[in-house]
Ligand binder design. Sequence first.
Ligand SMILES: C[S@@+](CC[C@H](N)C(=O)[O-])C[C@H]1O[C@@H](n2cnc3c(N)ncnc32)[C@H](O)[C@@H]1O
Length: 227
Amino acid sequence: MAELFDNYRDNYRDVVQSSIDFSGLSHSFFMRAKADLLRELIAGRLGAEKPAMLDVGCGVGSLHPMLRGIVGRLSGIDVSLESILQARADNPDGDYRAFDGNSFPFDDASFDLVTAICVLHHVAPTARGRLVNEMRRVARPGGLVCIIEHNPFNPLTRLAVARCEFDRDAILLGAGNARRLLAGSGLRETGASHFLLLPWATKPARRIEGALSKIPLGAQYAAFGTA
Ligand SMILES: C[S@@+](CC[C@H](N)C(=O)[O-])C[C@H]1O[C@@H](n2cnc3c(N)ncnc32)[C@H](O)[C@@H]1O
């Protein structure tokens, strides 16, 4: 079956960029913030150096070059075969596999870190629990499952979503909802951190964002739990 994101293999980054042009910020600014957040989560919650990571709904793998040196073995799956082919072409070190939308093509407990980044708002609310259950299944005991999503309470996020042509099907979910999905799949010690509040990547800006991360102000959030 042709998937929506098959149509964006060649211009995924350009379409995202045009939806956020109004902010004066680049797509790579947002990607860098996600990579920095994952580095902090790995250091603070995982205690594993260079964890084996599965990125569910990895798309064309645009974040993956920024994860070099942060993670070890990197796998990605997506329901869009065209996106997977592009991710493979751009990241020859990665292990990319098409996903049939049901069971992940990996054994139980295969990864230290399992992420889904800006994926769940494209998944029907009734199907989200099953996807998160699969994420927990392939995370090793003590491993981390992390959902990164748009913060529906941020008006600029809402504007970017409204301007993005592939977000017409999007149903946003807040951090509380994401944490309930994680807890419902059996993950422990769930938490959430909002980020992308300020338009700078400086250390002082990141410190301020860190201090305010429990308040749903930032453009995106990470919700996480331990397997
Ligand atoms: C907005 S893109 C995000 C891509 C990538 N995670 C990123 O942040 O650049 C959403 C991706 O989720 C994928 N997707 C949607 N539903 C999915 C599902 N049920 N399982 C796996 N991937 C899915 C889409 O094909 C698409 O590549």
